[in-house]
Design a binder for this molecule. Structure first.
Ligand code: NCD
Ligand code: ZN
Length: 336
């Protein structure tokens, strides 16, 4: 079989990204907007995005920061006990609502305790067709948090049979298995969870730039994610969970959780899919699956990737990217 040296991606999407605010937004948003046609932007700002006014102001700030790059930000609200009227007003302004259990990750302090207490909000979302994106971790032992949360996904899926539920950044074999048990359950997978395990984070010298939530797991978990993604599982979309923090918040006592992958995500995905002879599955993962699942209409954009080495820069402003200074076997050749 001929090995492909080039690959055109039609409207690549990132279904889970953190753009932050202020100066950081100005640095990181253009890097995603450069190579992606659209992205679901997370609402875990300080304070969180919890009103239509806040959604609109954030969208404006993102559009300004990404001007001229032909990019659509898909906006989200931070899950809260919204009224029917609030949801009806927001429905055509947002792509989804993101739920964080209180205290499980960066800027989730305002998240909720018992999500079943917000039953009327969940029913209204179901009626209005607003997908629910969930950071599915408990407060248990760090390696077990996602597995422990799976029962909650299962219960939600049973109690709200028409609600689109997306298990964000899944990291375990059991989460992959759960995906096929409910028709309306979907998942996103990051680049880094396809590449690293806990060994890369803490097996040698501690690597703060590989520390994230959920923490990278065991080799067999990574293998299960890889198999599902490389076989083109139609309910799995790419969501980078690119989560920038300044160097001072990463290389210190009390390292913040988050890995910054956005600028090189597409060439690194091409390198990975190529290594596994699965380049033909990349278009589905980064665009066809999410377009079908979330019914989004991104702006036209074609990204041509080629098997030409590219070096990952040491930093973008104050942020150190994933695999800084290393070489990726693929690069972005052209963007139309
Ligand atoms: C994210 C962040 O920094 O906002 N951190 C992370 O480790 N992934 C939050 C999140 O998605 O959990
Ligand atoms: Zn995230």
């Amino acid at each position: 079989m001929n090995r492909l040296n080039e690959l055109n991606l039609d409207r690549p999407l990132d279904m889970h990204v953190h753009f932050r605010q202020g100066n950081m937004l100005q640095v990181v948003a253009p890097l995603t907007a450069e190579s992606f046609a659209g992205a679901i932007v997370m609402p875990n700002l300080v304070p969180p995005i919890r009103s239509l006014e806040a959604v609109q102001a954030y969208r404006e700030a993102i559009l300004k920061a990404t001007q001229g790059r032909n990019f659509t930000p898909f906006m989200t609200l931070f899950f809260w006990a919204y009224t029917d009227a609030e949801l009806e007003a927001a429905a055509d302004q947002i792509t989804a609502i993101k739920l964080y259990p209180a205290g499980v990750t960066t800027n989730s302090e305002e998240g909720i305790g018992d999500l079943f207490a917000a039953r009327t909000t969940l029913s209204a979302m179901e009626e209005l067709g607003i997908p629910l994106l969930i950071h599915g971790e408990t407060h248990g032992f760090v390696l077990d948090r996602e597995r422990e949360f799976l029962a909650t996904y299962d219960r939600l899926a049973r109690e709200f049979p028409r609600l689109k539920i997306v298990m964000e950044h899944i990291t375990t074999r059991e989460a992959v298995e759960l995906l096929d048990r409910h028709e309306h359950l979907y998942a996103t997978v990051t680049l880094h969870h396809l590449l690293i395990t806990l060994d890369d984070v803490a097996g040698g010298l501690l690597q703060p730039h590989l520390f994230c939530k959920p923490i990278a797991k065991r080799p067999e978990d990574r293998e299960a994610l890889l198999q599902a993604v490389l076989q083109g599982h139609p309910k799995i979309s790419f969501g980078s969970d690119s989560a920038p923090h300044p160097l001072s918040a990463k290389e210190c006592a009390g390292c913040a959780a988050g890995i910054f992958t956005a600028p090189h995500a597409l060439p690194m995905l091409a390198e990975l899919f190529d290594r596994h002879q699965a380049l033909d599955k990349l278009q589905g993962f980064v665009s066809d699956h999410p377009r079908a699942i979330y019914s989004v209409q991104p702006a036209p954009k074609t990204v041509r990737l080629s098997r030409t080495p590219s070096v990952i820069p040491p930093n973008y402003g104050e942020v150190i990217p994933f695999r800084a200074g290393q070489t990726c076997a693929w690069s972005i050749e052209d963007i139309q």
